[in-house]
Design a protein around this ligand. Structure first.
Ligand code: GTR
Length: 326
């Protein structure tokens, strides 16, 4: 009997050790729609390793790739509610929720990969990252997503006229619906994971994306004509749920930002390699890639800019992007 108090004390000690080890090792769950090995998935894994090193193991990251946690739009909501801790997501999937970020969804806003990097690495990039706070996530860094072009099951597109009568899947953002409409085709917004079967069954004729997505999602099997109009360069963004972020000490928050920044260079390298590999892979599969005179596509985008760039703050951002070198 007299042993009991001692056992109770031991139990208290054991519980507090367990609790402290739980809070000392937080494993953050991060979502990605892409398969294992894709440059964004690998970059977030690297981010986790760097973070773990910097925080002496207090934080690590587990990447749930292949849309295991859901399609992008749903995972954004879950991240906002704190159900998912982190997310690597295309800015396109945020639709028009973050006004400042919508400027990166404007067709032909970026002239080259160099221009894209100069803008996102500079002040404009910092302002866009900070704007995500309003929608309950903290954006840590941008990753590369290359340039997106149209592809379809019917024919090569050489001018906007060739697009008439075709249905293209777009990400769930009004800007993209208007972009396709301005080119004379029909837009069908739908989650990424539904695109393959929608093309295969003829619900739509095509979609638009970069080479790595066209390749790894298997779209090249069902839509063999890839037309290099390069209408969009949409940044990928790495975000943390605001609810999770608020529970992290300011010192550790700074380490999260450092680790994210360090993972950017790694992702850019992986991305550049993957673009080359994927282009070769889709060609080997029999995809036809054609060059496009971009001028009529660029001209057709005027109504899209007129509709979405009305606010003086966005006009200023667009002007600063256009004035950036590259
Ligand atoms: C990819 C992007 C994904 C997803 C997809 C899409 O390029 O990396 O995050 O947004 O496009 O079109 O839905």
């Amino acid at each position: 009997m007299f042993h009991l108090p001692k056992m109770a004390a031991l139990a208290v000690v054991a519980t507090s050790i367990m609790m402290s080890s739980v809070s000392a090792q937080t494993v953050l769950r991060s979502s990605d729609t892409h398969p294992d090995g894709y440059p964004t998935v690998e970059a977030v894994k690297k981010f986790g390793e760097i973070l773990s090193e910097k925080t002496d193991g207090r934080y690590s990251v587990e990447v749930f790739h292949s849309a295991q946690l859901g399609q992008e739009a749903d995972t954004i909501e879950q991240t906002q509610f704190g159900v998912i801790d982190m997310n690597r997501i295309s800015i396109g999937a945020f639709g028009t929720q973050v006004p400042e970020a919508t400027v990166t969804q404007l067709p032909f806003i970026f002239r080259s990969a160099e221009h894209f990097h100069n803008v996102l690495d500079g002040e404009v990039g910092q302002e866009i990252l900070a704007a995500f706070d309003k929608v309950d996530v903290v954006a840590l860094a941008f990753y590369d997503g290359g340039s997106r072009s149209f592809y379809n099951s019917e024919k090569p597109i050489t001018s906007p006229d060739d697009m008439a009568g075709l249905k293209f899947r777009v990400m769930q953002s009004d800007i993209f619906v208007d972009m396709v409409g301005a080119l004379g085709a029909n837009a069908t917004p739908m989650p990424y994971g539904e695109v393959y079967s929608a093309i295969q069954t003829g619900v739509i004729e095509g979609a638009e994306n970069n080479f790595p997505s066209y390749d790894t999602a298997g779209h090249a099997e069902v839509a063999k004509f890839y037309s290099l109009d390069e209408h969009l360069m949409v940044p990928e963004v790495l975000v943390v749920s605001k609810i999770v972020w608020d529970g992290i000490s300011p010192e550790d928050q700074a380490l999260f930002r450092e680790a994210a920044q360090e993972s950017v260079a790694i992702q850019r390298e992986l991305w550049a390699q993957k673009e080359v590999e994927s282009k070769a892979a889709v060609e080997a599969l029999g995809a036809t890639i054609n060059e496009v005179d971009k001028a009529p596509f660029i001209e057709a985008m005027k109504p899209v800019y007129d509709k979405y760039v009305t606010d003086p703050q966005l006009q200023d951002l667009v002007a600063r992007i256009q004035a950036t070198e590259g």
